[in-house]
Design a protein around this ligand. Sequence first.
Ligand SMILES: [Fe+2]
Length: 159
Amino acid sequence: MTEQKTITAFYEQDHDRLDELFKTFQQLKRSDYPKAKDAFKEFKLGLQRHIVWEEDILFPLSEKETGIKEGGATSAMRTEHRQIGQHLDAIHQKVIDQNPDSAQEEQALLALLGSHNMKEERVLYPGIDRVTSAEVRETVFHDMKNIPEERYKLCCGQH
Ligand SMILES: [Fe+2]
């Protein structure tokens, strides 16, 4: 028997996991750089994967249900994803340079992620749970597993 989760529960949990990884990076970057760097790398890849899951699978589902693609909630979310990607790249550049002075870039990312994630958790995910059956959600989780790693490695700041 497979465990049936709602979209909201799964995606909220992934947001929390990513938040913890980023906190670890911030806490360790001046004391244990290799560990901080590992946490950042896992955070970055995890966040990119999360964004690809949303853009390739969740948003199209929501757009199909609402009939709104351009100018709707998902289109605003996609724009914010590009901005998140840019902040992520800015921190990544500092990490590549082994420069821990990235407080400004970190604040910019956290400020945007905070409001973005809240909108998704309060509006978008519950909306998708309301209009999908357990079978459809099963397909969503299945499709998420099948996205190749190369797809999310290339996400999300560059375009
Ligand atoms: Fe998102």
